[in-house]
Ligand binder design. Structure first.
Ligand SMILES: [Zn+2]
Length: 367
């Protein structure tokens, strides 16, 4: 499942892994690091994060924990704050969250727009995101903002907004769910995005059972994200497609909602990824280790399956074959745990077990 090696060593040169094998055979190198028997993993691949925003929604979280239900409408609060923020504030917010992600062991991450919802605010969100990652996602179709008719907004997203955003985005996403966009609107958004050269992804079946997964598979989406409420037909569709099911347990944890059943997807042969869904409304965590622990405890994944989903699974969701695993020729994106085994990621929940993070051969966290 994980391709474990014991007493292993690797050699890094110019940001890449150039040798990997048994420690007794390791060739000479300029510098040596002894990990002392600690577990070394590929850096985590967080394929779903909303990092470009301003404002604080902690009071909403507290209210929800006191009994209020989550609806997609809460996004409007962040939209107002994001539009009012300067580029400098937005960039500083992203930088802070990216630093958190990297400290938590994520060496590849996706960043979505979706809190601007005007042509200019979506385009600047993606320009800022592009300073931090190549995995940028246009999410103009997050919700219909207030003050505009639904049909007019879909025309905007598929027209001038897409034109302004496409140069800064690799992916396009749509929130296909109750309170957001229906199947026809989602198809229109993704078809237009595809014509502009973007690859679809879908927020699907988070709040209730709906057409999200079917639309994702039909439109050739790289991933259907959330997959909390699935019919047997949805599971069959995913199993028969290249669309990855990306599970986001931080959202269920933070909204006190039922978790998706990862076991059902894995047993059906679906490729599963884990991601943080870091966002200010429903999952304000940057911690992949937390998501791994939740996936094991709440979603019936084995520890090995969860670690694989947080590394190679995330890479599949981003259609990348160069990250999420360690191999000769690949980037030296590594996590060194303060633990003898990857199992500790789930066995010791809430404990910061990341000792070192190497990104492109550079030590970006040490201790
Ligand atoms: Zn999301």
């Amino acid at each position: 499942m994980l391709g474990l090696r014991r007493d292993a060593a690797l050699v890094i040169d110019d940001g890449r892994i150039v040798w990997l094998g048994s420690a007794v055979d390791v060739p000479a190198a300029d510098e040596r690091w002894d990990c002392g028997g600690a577990c070394v993993l590929p850096g985590f691949v967080d394929s779903h994060a909303h990092l470009v925003f301003a404002g604080d929604r902690s009071a909403e979280f507290a209210a929800r924990m006191a009994g209020q239900q989550y609806t997609a409408g809460g996004i409007a609060t962040t939209v107002t704050a994001t539009r009012a923020a300067s580029d400098e504030v937005l960039r500083a917010n992203v930088a802070r969250l990216v630093a958190e992600l990297v400290r938590s062991g994520s060496t590849t991450f996706e960043i979505k727009s979706g809190y601007g919802l005007t042509v200019d605010d979506e385009a600047r969100s993606l320009r800022i995101a592009s300073d931090f990652t190549d995995e940028t996602t246009f999410l103009g179709a997050h919700v219909v903002p207030s003050g505009i008719d639904r049909a007019d907004y879909v025309d905007l997203v598929t027209g001038p907004m897409l034109t302004a955003c496409a140069p800064h985005a690799r992916w396009a996403d749509v929130f296909c769910d109750r309170g957001a966009f229906d199947a026809a609107e989602s198809r229109a958004v993704l078809a237009a995005a595809r014509s502009a050269g973007l690859v679809p992804r879908v927020h699907a079946n988070q709040l209730q059972h709906g057409p999200g997964v079917a639309v994702a598979v039909e439109m050739g989406a790289a991933s259907a994200d959330h997959c909390t409420h699935l019919s047997d037909a949805d599971v069959d569709l995913l199993a028969g497609s290249d669309t990855v099911a990306t599970l986001l347990p931080g959202a269920e944890f933070s909204t006190r909602s039922p978790y998706p059943d990862a076991r059902r997807l894995l047993d059906a042969g679906v490729t599963v990824a884990l991601a943080t869904d870091c966002n200010p409304g429903t999952s304000f965590t940057t911690s992949m280790p937390l998501c791994i622990a939740l996936a094991v405890r709440e979603m019936r994944m084995t520890v090995a399956e969860a670690v694989r989903a947080a590394t190679a699974g995330g890479a599949s969701a981003l259609q990348r074959d160069d990250v999420g695993r360690l191999f000769v020729g690949g980037p030296a994106d590594l996590v060194v745990l303060d633990a003898p085994s990857y199992i500790h990621l789930a066995y010791r929940p809430g404990v910061d077990l990341i000792r070192q993070v190497w990104r492109g051969g550079r030590l970006v966290r040490d201790g």
